[in-house]
Design a protein. Sequence first.
Length: 487
Amino acid sequence: MNQTAGDEETKLKLKKLRFEASWGSRLEIFKSVGSVIAALGVIGTLSVAFYQQSESRISRDDDRFDRSVARVGSSNTPERLTGLAGLQQFLTSGDADRQRAALLYLVNATAIETDPAVRGAMIDTFNSLRELRVAPSALNAGLLAARDRNRALLNRLFSRPWSATKTKPSFDVDLPELAMDPVPQLEKDELMATGGAIAALVRAGAKVGDLSHTFCKDCDFSSSPDKKIDLSGVNFDSSILRHAKFFGTNLDGSSFSNADLFYTDFTSASLKHAKLTEEPQTVPYKLQAGYATRNLSNVWGTTFACADLTDAEFSGQLVFGLIFNDPIFGGYGRDEFFGADLNDTNFIGAQFYVAVPSDRVSPGENSFPLGQLSPVGQAPGSGLSDPIDYVGNQKYVVWTSALSNDTGFTTPIKGPYRRSLIFVISSLGFAKNLDTAKLPPAVLNYIKQNKSIFEKPARSYDCKGNRSFDITLMFGPDDVGPKNTRP
């Protein structure tokens, strides 16, 4: 009996232990789950708060951006400057989408800005992009927009109809490509501003493959000691690049076909396999400036000093000029090749001009109009230009021709073209790898035979942007020109 009672008691204790163990575990689980749920609740609350803050920030940024845009579009100059300052803050935001939107609006505003102070502030903003760490995608979008606005402004000028009363087109001095009256200053300023934006965006790191048909007078695409500009393979065809600078820039494989390279500076640039051609049927851009101003002194060449021109193509490009009894020395209408690498550079088909006093040729001479005054043998070329002014109140006429394998100088270095020839020989003779350049054999031999007269080049460059002159040859006993020379 007693044993049975003990067994029952033991069974009851075991059941109690099982029950306590079971529910205790469950309670612990409930406690753990409750902690997780509480933590998730805190996280959810924080997420909602963060989302709300983010949405609030985005909404505030939207409002700030809209206010800045509205101010830039104001008719009040101080308001526009205030709006511009607001847009500048978005360029430093680190948000690529915001940077892109700010740049696109800034480009469009620059293209239509009429106030010089505001336009200048806009250009200053573009020039500061290098220090702002703007996203590459935003920079490229800005460059595309600046290019398109620039093209639209230039096309507006090209599409302007001529006056029905004009019997002969006149020219704008800054834009001789346009056969029209001088361009209104505001339209020039708009072109210059968008061109400046293009150059600033490139210096900041933007790159697109097509910059053809743009106006970029005075644009600076130069590399700097801390940043190498890479424009390799870029198309600049038919662009106006007067006075533009490409110092030290990588332009390998780029194309400048029919581009206006009047006084453009490619010092120390890499132009391997570059295309620097021009249509031979057209008047070279470098000469157009002289015709536009009716003054031969305004014909300027391109600087290629210290550049790598390996396998570059110059067909149709005006590379030098020869002036009869030049009253100064050598004129300015010649390209400079001092220190340039001319390995396999092609000059066959490149153009040159000859200028002679208008009173030394007979009216109507056009088959070979220079006659015995010619410094080259019989060669096909243009007719004579209308008389244009030159130094000393003289009138000169200009004839152009192209270098062929048969071209050769027939005048001695001591003759009436001495001063021009000195600079041609100095420029090409002090280049690198001249023997491998594609030049007419007679021209190459002429340069090599006469280089011995130079103790040092007439014009030299340090390849860092500085140049010097040695004009002692201009005053030697063989010189027949006047002594009022100037560089």
